[in-house]
Design a protein around this ligand. Structure first.
Ligand SMILES: *[C@@H]1O[C@H](CO)[C@@H](O)[C@H](O)[C@H]1NC(C)=O
Ligand SMILES: *[C@@H]1O[C@H](CO)[C@@H](O)[C@H](O)[C@H]1NC(C)=O
Ligand SMILES: *[C@@H]1O[C@H](CO)[C@@H](O)[C@H](O)[C@H]1NC(C)=O
Length: 535
């Protein structure tokens, strides 16, 4: 999760959001309004529903990528949706990543870029796709993977989407090889787009190049999301085309980070060993830096868990054995093993990933499940291997709420159900926030008066209860009066929100609608409606 717009609101004020559409080379960037401000005011045509939600897609000439198959899905879904406001929200949200965030896409025939490539040693050849998060001109590994999720199912039949996603895998591959500890990246040098200036004063080890990296918070889930981008592509298309030498190199890089981050704070002779990764920021916000001079709180050995210095909110962990990304990584290692096997890749590597993934899953179950006096056996959010733990959940994904979505367990799992009860009520989760206007899980990133739409969407996607699903979706609809899904919303006043332009949340909204369309069409398409499935 990028830094809050509250903090960065002015950063992009002078830049434009869109490259010209590929079909309209004569449109100048200057002609397209800044999308952060465009998204902050309503535009017609309006929905005609009770909320009269606005139409917020940019002018076709200003969209950053266009796809006929995406337009078809919009038509198919919005024509079936009974609720006109929900339809308008889907119309804006589903294409939001393509409309506004494909900052650079290089086609397959571009052998070697003619633009200066001196800024880095990365190989920006062939298909490449650089995807910004929204209002910040940088690519987060996690956000971009999730921004593309909705389009993966279209890639099998639509070559332009296939190339877009394959390019995104290549681009993330280069990011991971060069700076595997970092969470957010600058436009590739081959794009010719200037790097964004960060105003933060950070001291980080290993050192990185700030024309390549936008921010270097080590988040285990960033690496799991890199793997997910590929495994999801394989699952949806059957293609193994991304298993290049560079991708295998990135995978080895990931594994060496996992090795280093499995090291405890004290070695077997009880001597302190400095972790390979340290981070300190000049800040007055506790969650923006690591204590003990950038090391973070001590972690015990022998757990088999992997440390994460930061959360997907980009807030520091309290205890480094942060459970949701460990669960996610265990799944992704095993899925990656399957892809390598399908590609007849190295057997020993596939077996190693398989073993490592299942052993990590066991470590999660062994060390994160604790007995709660009120809820019974539940998953802790973070542990330290000494017996200390944090009981809470944060809206950002991966979260405890999202464990079934991540394919770590079945949503009927009893420990999960206990955990879910705990984290979705005020008495069980300190970051479950409720007020007269809005409620849901929030987190320390924005503060104690703001709940996050993403958590309600995740609640809908992990529920079997029609009422809970509809209530969650309708609450998002009723609090997205600008026709787009925001980062967080003030629980007493829905007009106070953060981030008018946040592509990931819009992607999660569209995912939720598509999941309901497939599994419970009667909820949104009317009684006896047929399921709608993208294939
Ligand atoms: C690919 O990009 C190159 C260089 O920008 C361009 O000359 C070529 O026409 C493009 N090819 C396709 C198929 O778009
Ligand atoms: C379904 O969800 C609603 C709303 O959250 C709740 O009141 C109800 O008790 C739930 N039903 C079951 C069977 O859990
Ligand atoms: C949330 O809204 C209330 C009511 O308008 C306001 O008093 C409060 O300052 C807001 N909080 C934040 C963090 O914006």
């Amino acid at each position: 999760m990028p830094l809050s717009a509250l903090l960065l609101g002015g950063l992009l004020a002078s830049s434009t959001y869109a490259l010209p559409g590929r079909d309209s080379p004569t449109v100048h960037r200057r002609a397209c309004p800044d999308y952060t401000s465009y998204a902050s005011t309503p535009h017609g045509p309006y929905s005609g529903g009770p909320l009269n939600l606005p139409y917020q897609r940019p002018d076709p000439a200003c969209r950053t990528f266009s796809s006929a198959s995406v337009e078809q899905v919009i038509e198919d879904v919005t024509s079936r949706l009974v609720d006109k406001d929900l339809a308008q929200l889907f119309r804006n949200a589903f294409p939001n990543t393509l409309d506004t965030t494909i900052r650079w896409h290089q086609n397959e025939t571009a052998a070697v870029s003619t633009k200066s490539n001196k800024r880095d040693s990365a190989q920006w050849t062939g298909l490449q796709t650089f995807i910004v998060t929204g209002d910040i001109n940088a690519e987060w590994l996690r956000d971009s993977t999730n921004q593309l999720t909705n389009y993966q199912a279209l890639a099998k039949k639509d070559k332009s989407i296939y190339n877009l996603i394959l390019g995104a895998i290549h681009t993330q591959t280069e990011f991971v090889i060069q700076s595997p500890y970092c969470n957010a990246f600058q436009p590739p040098s081959a794009s010719g787009i200037s790097p964004e200036k960060s105003t933060q004063k950070d001291t980080v080890s290993p050192a990185y190049d700030n024309s390549f990296v936008f921010e270097c918070k080590y988040e285990l889930d960033s690496l799991a999301h890199f793997l997910l981008l590929g495994t999801e592509f394989y699952e949806k298309t059957g293609s193994i085309e991304f298993l290049t030498d560079r991708w295998y190199q990135a995978l080895q890089t990931v594994l060496s980070v996992l090795d280093a981050q499995s090291q405890p704070t004290f070695n077997s002779h009880n001597q302190f060993v400095t972790n390979q990764y340290t981070f300190q920021r000049e800040t007055s916000t506790g969650t923006e830096t690591l204590n003990l001079n950038g090391i973070g709180n001590p972690l015990n050995g022998g757990t088999g868990l992997i440390r994460s210095a930061f959360r997907p909110s980009d807030d520091a962990t309290i205890f480094g054995y942060f459970i949701p990304p460990n669960a996610m990584m265990s799944v992704q290692l095993q899925k990656t093993a399957k892809v390598i096997k399908a590609a007849d890749g190295p057997d020993d590597l596939a077996e190693k990933l398989e073993r490592r993934g299942s052993s990590l899953a066991n470590s999660v179950k062994e060390h994160a499940i604790i007995n709660h006096p009120r809820y019974g056996d539940v998953y802790a959010f973070e542990v330290d291997g000494y017996g200390s733990r944090t009981l809470m959940d944060d809206a950002n994904i991966p979260s405890l709420l999202s464990l079934p979505y991540l394919d770590f367990l079945d949503k009927k799992d009893e420990t999960y159900q206990n955990t879910r009860k705990m984290i979705t009520e005020k008495g069980g989760n300190p970051y479950y926030l409720e007020g007269p206007a809005f409620h849901g899980i929030g987190g320390p990133h924005i503060g104690l008066e703001n709940a996050w739409p993403m958590s309600l969407l995740m609640q809908a996607m992990t529920s079997d209860n029609d009422t809970e699903i509809l209530d969650s979706i309708n609450l998002i609809r009723d609090s997205s009066l600008l026709g787009l899904v925001h980062e967080s919303i003030n629980v007493t006043n829905i007009e106070i929100y953060t981030r008018p332009w946040f592509a990931w949340a819009n992607s999660v909204f569209a995912q939720t609608i598509l999941k309901v369309a497939k599994e419970r069409p009667h909820l949104i398409f009317g009684d006896n409606a047929e399921a709608y499935v993208i294939d």
